[in-house]
Design a protein around this ligand. Structure first.
Ligand code: GRG
Length: 296
């Protein structure tokens, strides 16, 4: 096992136990809602966003105690977006992380509420725990986090996505949609992790943000490639859905070969953005490489 594989497993274990501890127990009422929140958040997923929180936190020597709370909050928002994305009124999917989606396992109303409650809990944690030395920095982190999920972030990207079904859109329009839908939370993960530790000068934060933007887009380009080339057993979710739903994707607009070339180009750009950081950014480099070369 490579050093990165060992680190990523350790990071996934850390965030899993933080989530298990921070999510309300199933025995606490309302049990069905708490069950649904735990069902959709625990025991699955690649934990890429948690890795980015920890990777950026390594650069600023942030404490594990802070990073695990920030990573858990990010993974809760991510789980929330997946629950809502799978609902009949959105992508209407039945398989997620190799098991029935939340509304299939529970029911639509419970799935809707589980997503809502996960979002609230994420913000509660970000404001309850001390995540930065300076209260102003922590407030800025919460603002960043809120913007990433809002109408000019993930929710806005989803609105554009739903509107684009069956339509011919241009590459710049596709890029804009994904920068919001997938990229916003990935960018927030990197900056939140960094803010948990020592203060960086604005120029370093700008380099990190450039890295995160490239990695966020690369994540989506590879997601489109995997949707085209992968199978449900490996992906843990329905494959070939974008084409079946007439969704514009990088592969439908560029073709497979060009999409793969674009993903490699984004990887190179992400690495260039953090070239000046030296050893401290090793994990961030490895995560970028993992995102582009992953198989699920
Ligand atoms: C949650 C603010 C908010 C709004 C709801 C549903 C929705 C609006 C937004 C959808 C966001 C979404 C589903 C983006 C897709 C991003 C994506 C490719 C998700 C899959 O991420 P992986 O592969 O999943 O990291 P795992 O299961 O590995 O965690």
């Amino acid at each position: 096992m490579s050093d990165f594989q060992a680190w990523s497993r350790e990071t996934a274990t850390r965030v899993e136990s933080a989530l298990a501890e921070l999510l309300p127990a199933s025995r606490i009422a309302p049990s069905r809602l708490h069950d649904a929140m735990r069902y959709s958040t625990l025991g699955g997923g690649k934990r890429v966003r948690a890795m980015l929180v920890f990777g950026a936190g390594t650069l600023t020597q942030a404490s594990d105690d802070r990073l695990k709370v920030a990573a858990a909050a990010v993974e809760m928002i991510h789980a929330y977006s997946l629950i809502h994305d799978d609902l009949p009124c959105m992508d209407d999917d039945v398989l997620r992380r190799g098991k029935p989606t939340c509304h299939v396992e529970f029911d639509e109303a419970t799935a809707l509420l589980a997503g809502d409650a996960l979002q609230s809990l994420a913000f509660q944690l970000m404001s309850e725990y001390k995540l930065a030395d300076d209260a102003g920095v922590q407030l800025r982190m919460i603002q960043l986090f809120a913007a990433a999920g809002g109408s000019r972030g993930m929710a806005g990207g989803q609105a554009i996505d739903l509107d684009a079904v069956g339509k011919a859109i241009t590459l710049p329009e596709l890029e804009y949609m994904h920068i919001l839908k997938t990229g916003a939370l990935i960018r927030a993960s990197v900056l939140l992790g960094a803010h948990c530790g020592k203060t960086l000068p604005q120029s370093d934060l700008d380099h990190l943000d450039r890295y995160a933007k490239c990695v966020g887009l690369a994540f989506q380009v590879v997601d489109d490639i995997l949707d085209e080339e992968g199978d449900a057993a490996t992906l843990g979710k329905t494959a070939g859905k974008d084409r079946a739903n007439s969704k514009p994707t990088y592969t439908s607009l560029m073709g497979l070969a060009e999409a793969k070339r674009f993903a490699r180009e984004l990887l190179a750009d992400s690495l260039e953005a953090i070239a000046g950081f030296g050893e401290g950014a090793t994990r961030l480099r490895e995560i970028a490489d993992f995102i582009v070369h992953r198989e699920r």
